[in-house]
Ligand binder design. Sequence first.
Ligand code: IPM
Ligand code: MG
Length: 348
Amino acid sequence: MRIALLAGDGIGPEITAEAVKILKVVVGSDIEFDEGLIGGAAWKVTGHPLPEETLNLCRKSDAILFGAVGDPECDNLERALRPEQAILGLRKALDLFANLRPAKLFPELEAESPLRTDIASGTDLVIVRELTGDVYFGTPRGQRKDDQGRREGFDTMRYNEDEVKRIARIGFETARARSGHLCSIDKSNVLETSQLWRTVVLEIAAEYPDVDLSHMYVDNAAMQLVRAPDQFDVIVTGNLFGDILSDLASACVGSIGLLPSASLNSEGKGLYEPIHGSAPDIAGQGKANPLATILSGAMMLRYTLKREEDAVRIEKAVATALAKGARTQDLGGKLSTSEMGNAVLAAL
Ligand code: IPM
Ligand code: MG
């Protein structure tokens, strides 16, 4: 198994190093990592956040393990050269349309959730986020002067029916493999895009009579996620709403430092990354929580490399480490990034 390792910016190198450490122990010599430049780190060396060489490395690898991108030194670059464009470009180039973002509250961490324990308790959901369409990629977009000479910015929210169909099917399949409940989230009371979304999701529902489908507007969903997160099991939603709701869901389970993700194409090729960003304010200090990246490594074993048992071993080791009290600073503890990695190793 050859894995493209794209550490990226900020805390990216520290957190991916811990995931690599764990994966090497679990899988042994069957797994090899090839490093590639991405984000601000790539721009500094090559002048581009997603160099052709990195894209080629990703194409020929079995899977991609990704840290984070984003660097304040790049904040004033034109949009095409900003680090964020690297991850967006990679998602688009490899057609990684299906983003799975599980948010499960470890019982040991109930006290870390900013929600009251009786509300947070039992949170165990998956957000299936569409990742290659919507206002993220819609054209036309840009900044210009209006007819009164004022500056205006504009983006286009757009989905075609095929894009909705394929992510809806992933939502239904994910729900079928869990409790059989799927909640589709949109803003169809206001947006044309969302009206099409809802119509198409309802059409696809006919293929899944065993799955119980509900719909919710995104504003209500945000409220429901903090009111009673345990009402959700599988959520399917578009790119922008999924981005926002997954950060929200991460807070319900204690820390954004815990949420892994898988971004898959139709062949099951995947990019695996924590949902958090590059956290430049704590970069290089050993303060970052590596668990989201370690758990992303487990998802890689499950979805692309088909090693379910190894995936479960890693997930159990993380739960054991937390149960024994291992805590990084985001969880109110004192462990450094590598000490947390070691706590997981010890549990393994
Ligand atoms: C995420 C991130 C990205 C996104 C950024 C870094 C482009 O917030 O993966 O959730 O908006 O998709
Ligand atoms: Mg996000």
